[in-house]
Design a binder for this molecule. Structure first.
Ligand SMILES: C[S@@+](CC[C@H](N)C(=O)[O-])C[C@H]1O[C@@H](n2cnc3c(N)ncnc32)[C@H](O)[C@@H]1O
Length: 354
């Protein structure tokens, strides 16, 4: 049984489902439309056209079909769409027809039914590779990085947040080579652990991967990294690995390229459809401010008040203003509603809260 839905500017045929799981005939998660929105905004915000794009785990084809409909006119040189599931390939083709795109006569569009690693390794390389699996991205990192072009962008989703955020610390050590910590800042720690792991895989090939946009939301984490080639650049990345909050090692560098974040935000609020998506705009607004700050980690105001027996919690905006008046950077964080990112020390923050 199938149904037709709308996502972004496209129509999509998807299997009718009871529950979103790996066992779905062909995977589609409506919650991930925001993940796809951000990919579109990011690609439309970079100064590069004529991209060779790879969608190795395409499922319904939603991401690629949206790219074809929603990316700027000259963005795509070729889009390579792959899934090893026969039903997925059938549905991708039906979804092209549904959107009146004649993939057979368009040499921009290549559809493959291969194992994703073979699909990547048998290619001539890509400027943008989107790894969007169910669970850990580990199984595809090596091939994707090997085939990532100079200045190319690697986009990675991870939905196995239980290991990255510390519910299963041993699994995190095995899979991500670092110790997580289950506490108020666990999502940031987990995201930084994942970034370091991707950077270590890339370092083997003298590729320096710098995060340009990252976030954590509900059940998943997402990172976009830009590839620079060169031994010195790689050494410089590795220097920014270290322990944080008794966990790690993690990536201690920046999570965003702030000028890119600005462009993404303004592109979103100037887009007819995106500007109506409160969830998306709110996330981008917070990240726009967050990306201006250098501080690693954030303070959980509830947690600090509880630990220090502070009964009355002032409004977050008031606290942020007071910290700024003391000369420190401070602002909201998208990782947690009760969180404040700031360069102030814990001791001084407790004084402010009191
Ligand atoms: C989470 S879904 C992808 C969702 C999609 N990227 C989107 O935006 O809707 C994962 C897909 O990867 C495919 N897949 C998993 N392992 C694969 C592999 N080794 N090679 C090729 N496809 C694979 C599955 O068949 C499934 O369709």
């Amino acid at each position: 049984m199938h149904e037709i839905i709308q996502e972004g500017l496209i129509k999509l045929k998807i299997p009718k489902y009871q529950k979103i799981s790996k066992e779905m005939e062909v995977f589609y998660n409506p919650v991930m439309s925001l993940n796809r929105d951000i990919s579109i905004l990011l690609l439309n915000s970079i100064n590069k056209n004529n991209l060779q794009i790879a969608d190795p785990l395409a499922a319904t084809g939603v991401r690629s079909i949206r790219f074809l409909r929603e990316l700027g006119k000259n963005k795509i040189k070729k889009i390579h769409i792959n899934d090893y599931n026969e039903d997925a390939i059938k549905l991708i083709k039906e979804n092209f027809a549904l959107n009146k795109i004649n993939y057979k006569n368009d040499n921009k569009i290549i559809i493959k039914k291969d194992d994703a690693n073979l699909f990547l390794l048998n290619s001539a390389g890509f400027d943008y590779i989107d790894i969007d699996p169910f669970g850990s991205p580990n199984f595809l990192l090596n091939s994707a990085i090997v085939r990532l072009a100079r200045n190319g962008i690697l986009a990675v989703t991870a939905t196995d947040t239980s290991s990255l955020c510390g519910t299963f610390p041993k699994a995190c050590l095995r899979k991500y080579w670092a110790m997580p910590k289950k506490d108020a800042v666990m999502h940031e720690t987990g995201l930084r652990i994942l970034i370091r792991k991707i950077q270590l895989v890339a370092a083997q090939y003298d590729k320096a991967l710098t995060p340009i946009f990252s976030y954590s939301k509900e059940h998943y984490m997402r990172i976009f990294l830009r590839n620079d080639k060169g031994k010195n650049k790689v050494d410089n990345i590795l220097k920014q690995h270290g322990d944080f909050n008794n966990a790690g090692p993690v990536w201690l560098g920046r999570l965003w390229d702030k000028s890119l974040v600005n462009k993404i935000f303004y592109n979103a609020i100037n887009n007819r459809i995106f500007k109506q998506n409160k969830d998306l705009i709110n996330l981008l607004k917070i990240i726009k401010e967050e990306s201006k700050m250098n501080a690693v980690g954030f303070f959980d105001l509830h947690d600090i008040c509880e630990r220090n027996r502070i009964r009355h919690l002032q409004k977050k905006e008031a606290i942020i203003n007071k910290i700024k008046k003391l000369g420190y950077e401070a602002g909201e964080t998208h990782f947690k509603g009760e969180g404040v990112r700031s360069s102030i020390s814990l001791k001084k923050l407790i004084n402010v809260l009191k």
